[in-house]
Design a protein around this ligand. Structure first.
Ligand SMILES: Cc1ncc(COP(=O)(O)O)c(C=O)c1O
Length: 432
């Protein structure tokens, strides 16, 4: 690395906070120079195949000509205007597209800044929905263990209470109701015995519960677990039976990643409220959406407050909306279906083979997601360095080495990812 790059990294280490990272003893960060297609170019010279899609967000690859063009064209018109009292074509077009591709009952769209904020918005919608009907006692959330919904306060309060990374804030978080994590595996025959405990909680708490929130089909950060669609279907049924709103957090699963457009599609259900984020702009910019039914929106709007009590400064940022429109247009070609199916078959053939490795507890694949769960936790510093040496960008956590590559990944690129995983499994220093 040259002098400037070394200085940049030194400053970064001393002053720049990274996600879930110590400032006094940070693990190294790698300086990125550029990214193109599925490749991340490091300043130190390595060109890495990206296995993470920058945390589920990059669908069509980095530096995509169509997404670049949408952004450049929008920049010529306006980068931003406030959304209070003003509106614009990029936002209107985006909301039209979202209403078209999501389940039919979802007719109203609230745009916001990030996934966590869209979860805050969804939770606030559910609380205001009941408040508007004079039922403020319905102010809790019901959810399942092992969930992850973001890092802001209401979102933290529905993450797994023990493993959800937010335990130290417990005393100030909303007191919600937690059901056991879904047990029936996506690929195993459905066993409805777990529904007894779940329904008992709905029955015992419905009078104080505003909404049930869940990540459809895939519990992501809470363990990369794939659960049975019939479990999701049952959750919808219980919400109807016990008069509780259903919030689907599709921030990670939405827009094709599981092989269907939305996780909810596996169970043919429609939520009352749906959160989208991450890949909404094809991984270009931060933008999220919370969609809801006419009934939810009208009840809130006809209530005491007369409006929904939320309004971020950068709501519906035109640049973000323009690039989201371009990304959704690429999805609308339908090519993603073959792309995800290709990734899925490749990973089923090559990643599932790692199940026989003595270090592997279980490997699993769904759509464009591949997971290798190990018996021992990874040694983050060693394994990250090794992956870089092996030419890939994979960022495991705990006992989970997982990939969700950009949809455009080809055989050679996927081979490099799987080979790198298989290589580190043989290297003891990569594990604790
Ligand atoms: C299911 C789910 N919900 C919410 C979030 C939070 O999104 P953001 O990091 O954009 O705030 C995430 C992020 O990983 C997520 O996976």
């Amino acid at each position: 690395m040259n002098k400037k790059q070394t200085e940049l990294l030194a400053f970064d280490k001393k002053h720049v906070w990274h996600p879930y990272t110590s400032m006094s003893n940070p693990l190294p960060s790698y300086l990125v120079e550029s990214a193109e297609g599925v490749h991340i170019q490091l300043a130190s010279g390595e060109k890495l195949v990206d296995g993470m899609s920058s945390w589920w967000s990059v669908l069509h690859g980095y530096n995509h000509p169509k997404l670049n063009e949408a952004l450049i064209e929008q920049t010529k018109k306006m980068a931003h205007v406030m959304f209070g009292g003003l509106t614009h074509e990029p936002a209107i077009n985006l909301c039209k597209k979202l209403i078209d591709i999501t389940p039919k009952p979802l007719q109203k769209v609230f745009l916001s800044d990030s996934g966590s904020v869209s979860v805050e918005v969804a939770i606030k919608m559910s609380l205001q929905y009941w408040h508007s009907q004079g039922k403020s006692e319905k102010h809790k959330l019901l959810t399942v263990k092992n969930g992850y919904h973001g890092d802001t306060f209401a979102a933290m309060a529905v993450c797994d209470p023990v493993n959800g990374m937010h335990q130290i804030f417990e005393s100030v978080l909303m007191k919600n109701v937690f059901a056991p994590a879904p047990q029936s595996d996506f690929f195993q025959p459905w066993d409805d015995s777990e529904l007894i405990a779940l329904e008992n909680l709905f029955a015992a708490h419905h009078h104080e519960v505003a909404a049930f929130i869940i990540e459809p089909i895939v519990q992501g950060t809470g363990g990369m677990r794939f659960y049975h669609p019939q479990y999701l279907q049952a959750c919808r049924d219980f919400c109807d039976k016990y008069n509780i709103l259903f919030i689907a957090d599709e921030i990670a699963t939405g827009l094709g990643r599981t092989g269907k457009m939305f996780g909810c599609n596996w169970a043919n259900i429609s939520p009352d409220i749906m959160c989208l984020g991450k890949t909404l702009t094809g991984g270009y910019m931060t933008l999220a959406a919370t969609l809801c039914t006419d009934e939810v929106a009208n009840t809130i709007s006809n209530g005491e407050a007369g409006c929904f009590m939320h309004g971020p400064t950068f709501m519906a940022n035109p640049l973000a909306c323009a690039v989201a429109n371009a990304s959704l247009e690429l999805l609308a070609t339908g090519e993603w279906l073959q792309q995800v199916s290709f990734i899925e078959s490749f990973l089923k053939e090559h990643l599932l083979a790692l199940n026989s490795h003595s270090r592997v507890k279980n490997s699993r694949v769904l759509g464009g997601i591949g997971v290798v769960e190990t018996f021992d936790a990874v040694n983050m510093e060693t394994i990250q360095k090794r992956f870089v040496e092996l030419g890939v960008w994979i960022r495991p956590f705990g006992k989970l080495i997982y990939i969700m590559p950009p949809f455009i990944s080809n055989t050679d690129e996927l081979t490099l990812l799987v080979t790198a995983i298989s290589t580190v499994l043989d290297e003891a220093p990569c594990f604790l």
